[in-house]
Design a protein around this ligand. Structure first.
Ligand code: C2E
Ligand code: MG
Ligand code: MG
Length: 315
């Protein structure tokens, strides 16, 4: 026979007596789970971290439940022709007290949990419904959705994607693009490649997001079948006055051309950015210079005025 012993120590673990006993009991269970025949001391610090994580997760489960999440859409355009290519869907949290919150207030709270998948699937479903509505109105805009690495690595991702696509059969899957962070794509290239190919067999396309920040080697990039490379906005910002950024962006554009991928610049804010990008041979762009992310219902009106502007004679 073996002995498994759990300990909780006062005053380090300064709680009510019944909780204190429960902690000792929890420690004993831990000793049993991790091989028995040992003494385990209750970890106050870790318990605290788990508790906070727990309350934070309930907080993020709540907006999903209360329908406080929104998708905003930011246009992607062709700088040369003025054509609208599509939109990137971006998550927002319409908080009842704090107002509109960006994804930085959502994702850090739910990193690596089931909730990432729930939120990710909500985003996919919502984006497809929006595409169905736009398609019915004669606007066949492509929509890009950001996919978290944790979500994409789920073994049933492809199966779930297929099921979600089937809820909107009016939308051609080729209109849906999945954006994967370049850094996330580097973790396991063989696996990423086969996952991407399975999704592509359904018709969807891929973009490597925040490209330039992930140190991909040429050979990796060659094996990743993403149709599009999205240059990270930190480099785009610098092309006007930072020679290194300009060189880097130029190199990424050349790389994309060599591998026959499309290339799009994100964070294009000014006319100077657009002019330089066009000179470098990058025609596709997304950024505040065209439009900020907006609620879906504002997009058709924005598109009308954008086309009107584009067709108006230049002063
Ligand atoms: P991202 O995918 O690289 O998206 C571009 C971000 O840059 C967006 O920030 C957008 O609002 C912002 N942006 C666009 N143009 C400009 C510009 O000209 N200047 C500046 N300064 N910023 C610009 P946002 O919406 O705060 O999203 C941040 C990141 O959060 C996204 O970066 C993406 O990685 C993640 N994210 C957003 N929505 C989702 C989602 O539904 N699912 C997942 N997994 N991630 C999401
Ligand atoms: Mg993105
Ligand atoms: Mg980005």
């Amino acid at each position: 026979a073996t002995a498994s012993i759990g300990m909780a120590v006062f005053p380090q673990d300064d709680v009510a007596p019944d909780t204190w006993l429960r902690h000792a009991d929890q420690a004993m269970c831990h000793a049993k789970r991790t091989g028995r025949n040992q003494i385990h001391l209750f970890d106050v610090q870790q318990d605290h971290e788990v508790q906070t994580l727990h309350t934070q997760q309930t907080r993020v489960a709540q907006p999903l439940h209360d329908a406080e999440f929104r998708l905003y859409y930011q246009p992607k355009i062709n700088l040369r022709t003025g054509e609208i290519l599509g939109m990137e869907a971006l998550l927002r949290w319409q908080h009842p007290e704090l107002g509109l919150l960006g994804p930085q207030h959502v994702f850090p709270l739910i990193d690596d949990t089931e909730l990432t998948v729930k939120v990710g699937e909500w985003v996919l479903e919502q984006a497809l419904r929006q595409m169905r509505q736009w398609t019915a109105a004669g606007q066949c805009w492509a929509v890009s959705v950001n996919i978290a690495a944790w979500h994409f690595h789920r073994p049933n991702f492809v199966e779930r994607l297929k099921a979600i696509l089937q809820t909107c059969p009016e939308v051609p899957p080729s209109q849906l693009e999945l954006e994967i962070l370049e850094s996330a794509a580097l973790e396991d290239v063989a696996y990423m490649r086969s996952m991407m190919q399975s999704c592509q067999a359904l018709g969807v396309r891929f973009a490597l997001d925040d490209f330039g920040t992930g140190f991909s080697s040429l050979s990796y990039l060659k094996r990743l079948p993403a149709e599009t490379i999205k240059i990270d906005q930190s480099f785009i910002r610098g092309i006007v006055d930072d020679h290194d950024d300009l060189t880097l962006v130029n190199a990424i554009i050349a790389l994309a051309a060599a591998l026959q991928r499309k290339v799009i610049a994100e964070g294009v804010e000014t006319q100077a950015h657009s002019d330089i990008l066009l000179q470098l041979g990058c025609e596709l762009a997304q950024g505040y210079g065209t439009a900020r992310p907006m609620p879906a219902e504002q997009v058709p009106e924005w598109a009308r005025s954008y086309h009107h502007q584009a067709s108006a004679p230049k002063a």
